[in-house]
Design a protein around this ligand. Structure first.
Ligand SMILES: CC(C)(COP(=O)(O)OP(=O)(O)OC[C@H]1O[C@@H](n2cnc3c(N)ncnc32)[C@H](O)[C@@H]1OP(=O)(O)O)[C@@H](O)C(=O)NCCC(=O)NCCSC(=O)C[C@H](O)C(=O)O
Ligand SMILES: [Mg+2]
Length: 290
């Protein structure tokens, strides 16, 4: 298991880069990562000032364990090149790029990061949010070692496919699954999209649970009220931890007796379940160590 796989990215909060109050507030929020946004949440006139603010936030060193990323404006926009250069020089943990559509675009983005002097720790977080990106998900994941995270852009996906936001997300499941498989096949972390209604805690909890069940590593969120339910949905519960310990213990006992398979609470346990149990315990310990 790599250290990157153990880095918690349960809750990843977007905040408008122009909002100084939110940038200040984030220093005390219990999130695993922040996306300081220069794209959709920032009005055109406010973009240069927002760029300066997020660069200053990254350089401040005041965000503790929280992973810090900057979402730049997309390729082909009038702000993209200046955003990329400023973000690369600030050296955040990640540069989040909207609407990455192909391996060629990844190579172009990585070249821009490197030409601007991005440090090695600054990874590319590619937003997967168009029909063509879904179809090219595997080539995007495999295009460069700098690609560390896929961020699902479910608003843009719904927009571009003319589908609807519905409870259970049936119209989105094939796209989400396809991107998730591409990410997992290439060791890329994959984050679920946002839930727009910040006044619907039940709907939010159901969607976070669904994301966890599908295999997402965490969820992108837009409001502080969504942090706690997200952290809970994507962390192992006490019962998960107890079960993982029981699995490891039972399997070690079985092996000492020369058996390759055993049951715990009536469920068959083989080697692969032990590996999963070890992963759960390692993640639990990584969270506890913070
Ligand atoms: C959605 C919001 C506009 C709601 O704002 P507001 O009505 O002001 O919320 P509250 O009054 O309930 O706020 C309470 C306090 O919390 C702070 N706050 C709110 N949101 C954030 C945040 N994201 N980060 C940090 N702090 C936040 C407020 O400042 C209040 O603090 P205080 O004054 O001390 O009480 C708003 O939540 C918001 O702007 N959210 C982020 C929107 C955003 O970034 N959108 C872009 C990303 S989503 C996207 O584009 C996904 C993707 O591309 C896709 O295609 O799907
Ligand atoms: Mg989007």
């Amino acid at each position: 298991m790599t250290n990157a796989a153990l880095r918690p990215r349960r809750s990843v909060l977007y905040m408008p880069g122009a909002n100084e109050r939110a940038l200040e507030k984030a220093k005390a929020l219990d999130v695993d990562a922040l996306i300081l946004d220069l794209e959709d949440s920032v009005a055109p006139d406010a973009k240069p000032e927002a760029r300066d603010r997020v660069v200053a936030a990254v350089k401040s060193g005041e965000y503790g364990h929280r992973e810090l990323t900057i979402r730049v404006n997309g390729l082909g926009t009038q702000w993209h090149e200046d955003d990329m250069a400023a973000a690369a020089q600030a050296g955040p943990d990640g540069i989040v790029v909207p609407k990455v559509n192909s391996a060629e675009e990844v190579r172009q983005l990585v070249a821009a990061m490197e030409n601007a002097g991005a440090p090695e720790h600054t990874r590319l977080w590619a937003m997967i949010e168009t029909p063509i990106a879904i179809l090219h998900a595997e080539e995007i994941a495999a295009a460069s070692d700098r690609v560390a995270v896929f961020v699902m852009g479910t608003n843009d996906l719904v927009n571009e496919t003319h589908s609807l936001h519905v409870p259970g997300r049936a119209p989105l499941i094939p796209s989400l699954t396809w991107a998730l498989l591409a990410a997992k096949a290439h060791g890329v972390v994959v984050l679920d999209g946002v839930y727009n209604n910040v006044k619907d805690p039940e709907g939010f909890a159901a969607e976070a649970r669904q994301g966890r069940e599908m295999g997402f590593d965490g969820k992108t969120i837009i409001h502080p009220s969504q942090i706690e339910p997200t952290n809970e949905a994507f962390a192992p519960s006490e019962a998960d931890v107890e079960h993982a310990r029981a699995v490891i213990e039972a399997f070690e006992t079985a092996q000492a007796e020369g058996k390759g398979v055993v049951t715990v609470n009536g469920k068959m346990i083989e080697n692969l379940h032990v590996r999963d149990a070890q992963r759960i315990l390692a993640f639990h310990e990584a969270l506890a160590a913070r």
